[in-house]
Design a protein around this ligand. Structure first.
Ligand SMILES: NC(=O)c1ccc[n+]([C@@H]2O[C@H](COP(=O)([O-])OP(=O)(O)OC[C@H]3O[C@@H](n4cnc5c(N)ncnc54)[C@H](O)[C@@H]3O)[C@@H](O)[C@H]2O)c1
Length: 358
């Protein structure tokens, strides 16, 4: 039995990523998969690249009228609506941890007889995700941290300006180096440095010439808060928190450190301000591309202030590299969609369990 994959256009503003590249389309077609691609003027890969690869092109947003057997593939949320959903959908729905709106979304699937196969829940036997954007989240998060340090050094009373997606990593490195100018690269510490995001952060920091202290589980075994973090100008948090843990830094610790503190910016890639286990409990909400930083300590123009970058969709800022990497990880599993696999069956089970909780 062959599969019909339907790549929908993203409707979330600023989302340029795609889960399948034009080269991936060619490989899927060679394997007998049917591919339909919705036109999109914002996707990082252009319509004519998909058309040249052999995809059937259809108008933007046409997926609700796709044949019933089509599997609708995307990255982020579907447009808000209450229409029942009849297809199998593969994307990041952010619903299974009972996030805002989860009931309404799952009810749409239930009413329409569709299925939600969430990309976040495609996992191997060992629980590791088969495809993730983490490396590029760390890479971009560290860059945003460097830019925030450079901005603070100017002494400006204004917050750092908004960020826009970069065409590629070379431009991102050049922007960081230009922002630092003749100034030295910040001393940096990365927690979770052995993970996907952490290794991306370390790679960016090394590329801009910043000295990096790399910590993972072993170095934090004693439990926080850690004064060593305060001795670095930039702290990148890239830890995957899976349960209670002592915070890595606290407000009281930072205030008590006084002038002994060098820490000026935290790039919180893990970015979980609403979790009771947030190890960076210095801010209340995520930040955005438009307003990348939140002032955690100090006032306007205060040289001893501390800013936090907490953007929860960092890979969107480097859409080409992050899409190519993610799509390459996902492709083998798209090739297995027709016959099914433990990975797809596991994701379907997560969906069935969530439906049962409705
Ligand atoms: N902001 C974004 O846009 C964005 C995008 C993708 C992922 N993330 C988040 O980044 C975080 C990391 O994701 P990942 O894919 O890199 O995970 P990962 O599992 O690849 O890496 C996590 C690392 O954290 C380490 N770790 C866990 N507990 C630790 C502790 N107490 N002290 C020190 N190190 C510890 C692990 O050993 C591992 O090396 C997750 O919270 C994820 O949701 C954010």
């Amino acid at each position: 039995m062959s599969v019909h994959l339907w790549l929908r256009a993203e409707s979330k503003p600023g989302e340029e990523r795609a889960p399948v590249t034009p080269a991936g389309v060619r490989r899927l077609l060679d394997a007998g998969v049917r591919i339909t691609v919705e036109q999109s003027s914002t996707r990082v890969f252009k319509d004519d690249e998909y058309a040249s690869a052999g995809a059937t092109m259809v108008p933007n947003g046409a997926w609700p009228s796709a044949p019933n057997d089509a599997v609708i593939l995307g990255i982020k949320e579907l447009p808000t609506s209450d229409t029942p959903l009849a297809h199998r959908h593969v994307y990041f729905a952010h619903a299974f941890k009972e996030q805002k709106g989860w009931r309404d979304l799952l009810r749409r699937f239930k009413d329409g007889g569709g299925t939600l196969l969430d990309l976040e829940y495609l996992k191997r036997d060992d629980g590791r995700r088969v495809a993730a954007f983490g490396y590029w989240a760390g890479y971009v998060g560290a860059a945003a941290g460097v830019l925030a340090v450079a901005h603070l050094r100017t002494g400006s009373a204004e917050p750092m300006a908004g960020l826009r997606p970069w065409p590629g990593r070379a431009q991102l490195i050049a922007v960081c180096q230009a922002a630092l100018g003749a100034g030295r690269a910040p001393s940096t510490i990365v927690l979770g440095a052995k993970g996907r995001s952490g290794s991306g952060a370390v790679a960016l920091l090394q590329a801009v010439g910043a000295p990096v202290t790399s910590w993972d589980l072993e170095e934090t075994r004693a439990g926080g808060p850690f004064d060593a973090i305060l001795a670095h100008e930039l702290f990148v948090n890239a830890v995957l928190v899976q349960g209670p843990l002592q915070p890595f830094v606290t407000r009281a610790q930072i205030v008590n450190a006084g002038l002994a503190r060098r820490l000026a910016v935290i790039a919180d890639v893990s970015c979980d301000p609403h979790s009771p286990h947030n190890p960076v409990p210095l801010y209340d909400d995520t930040t955005t591309m438009e307003h990348p930083t939140v002032r955690a300590i100090g006032g306007r123009g205060d040289v001893a202030s501390l800013d936090v970058v907490a953007i929860d969709h960092l890979p969107s800022l480097l859409p080409r590299e992050s899409s190519e990497d993610f799509a390459e990880q996902l492709l083998p599993h798209l090739l297995e969609l027709a016959q099914g696999s433990p990975v797809w069956r596991g994701a379907e089970q997560v969906y069935r369990d969530a439906l049962a909780r409705l």
